[in-house]
Design a protein around this ligand. Structure first.
Ligand SMILES: NC(=O)c1ccc[n+]([C@@H]2O[C@H](COP(=O)([O-])OP(=O)(O)OC[C@H]3O[C@@H](n4cnc5c(N)ncnc54)[C@H](OP(=O)(O)O)[C@@H]3O)[C@@H](O)[C@H]2O)c1
Length: 268
């Protein structure tokens, strides 16, 4: 899909990956609607893009609050006249042993990672279908294909987003509206802090910069991509896990002992 001149709404725009995607799209001449909760960092991002010549607008919104996703789409449509591309990038993470996870935290995770993207798509889809064109981009995770210990609820929230993306893509096949699912691996952003970052070093997890992830997202949009799994050998592990999950069981079960001190620290 053409980026120049398109109206793009991106959630999580103040974050590491969302910020990098926003900068790259702005450079290519998209009209951006930036969304996140923290007004200061979002306004700062809006100013940065406008100073470099983009017409970005920032809408501060806690998408986890009931009714906010639909209200956001309504406001964006009013201010921009249309939304050609919706990028669902906002996300949160729960790390630790699931027995220690508070039910309210699990609920908040599913709300932001799964229910919010679905609600935003539900609100924007009638407008895209009426126009006969549009693209939805859902930012998932490699953990949305490989159930990862100590990230049980997070993995499940991204499995759900991936399944939703696949089903919707099939449903919309002849509509002119496409669905892209992008699955990054560990990326150096504020998303990973403290024990998660230290654990990633111990487990020798491959790490990407957000700019690299953003380039993949932008290229997936330009090429009407279906899904992109980022990183080598992670994309192969995704395939192996879907065909021979028991092979992956052994190596991930072994890692639980290495993860234990970090997971315990995270939920203390
Ligand atoms: N970093 C990684 O290792 C990694 C790996 C795979 C996948 N991902 C996925 O990539 C996406 C972006 O991650 P990131 O690394 O850029 O994370 P990040 O730097 O922590 O950014 C997260 C963004 O989501 C926004 N957000 C969170 N809760 C929100 C809410 N209730 N309402 C509105 N906005 C909300 C945050 O802004 P406010 O806090 O201001 O609201 C922020 O802009 C996420 O979906 C994540 O699951 C990340």
């Amino acid at each position: 899909m053409k980026i120049v001149g398109s109206n793009i709404l991106i959630t999580g725009a103040s974050g590491g990956i969302g910020g990098a995607i926003s900068r790259q799209l702005a450079k290519q001449g998209a009209s951006l609607v930036l969304v996140s909760r923290d007004d200061d960092s979002l306004q700062k991002m809006g100013r940065e893009l406008r100073d470099s010549g983009n017409n970005a607008i920032a809408i501060t919104c806690d998408l986890g609050q009931a009714g906010q996703p639909a209200a956001l789409i309504e406001e964006a449509l009013k201010r921009r006249g249309g939304i050609d591309i919706l990028i669902n990038c906002a996300g949160i993470q729960n790390f630790g042993f699931f027995a220690d996870e508070k039910p309210a935290d699990t609920e908040a995770l599913f709300t932001v990672n799964t229910m919010v993207p679905i609600a935003l798509i539900n609100a924007v889809l009638p407008h895209m279908l009426a126009k006969g064109s549009g693209r939805i981009v859902n930012v998932g995770s490699i953990f949305g294909s490989i159930g990862f210990p100590c990230f049980a609820a997070y993995s499940a929230s991204k499995f759900a987003l991936r399944g939703f993306s696949e089903a919707l893509r099939r449903e919309l096949a002849s509509s002119g509206v496409g669905v892209t699912y992008v699955a990054p691996r560990f990326t150096r952003t504020p998303f990973n802090r403290g024990p998660v970052t230290r654990m990633a070093e111990i487990l020798k997890m491959n790490q990407d910069d957000p700019e690299r992830v953003a380039r993949q997202v932008v290229s997936a949009i330009e090429n009407d991509g279906r899904d992109r799994y980022l990183g080598w050998p992670e994309k192969i592990f995704v395939r192996i896990n879907s065909i021979l999950p028991r092979l992956v069981d052994a190596s991930l079960i072994k890692q639980v002992e290495l993860m234990r001190p970090f997971a315990t620290e995270s939920t203390r």
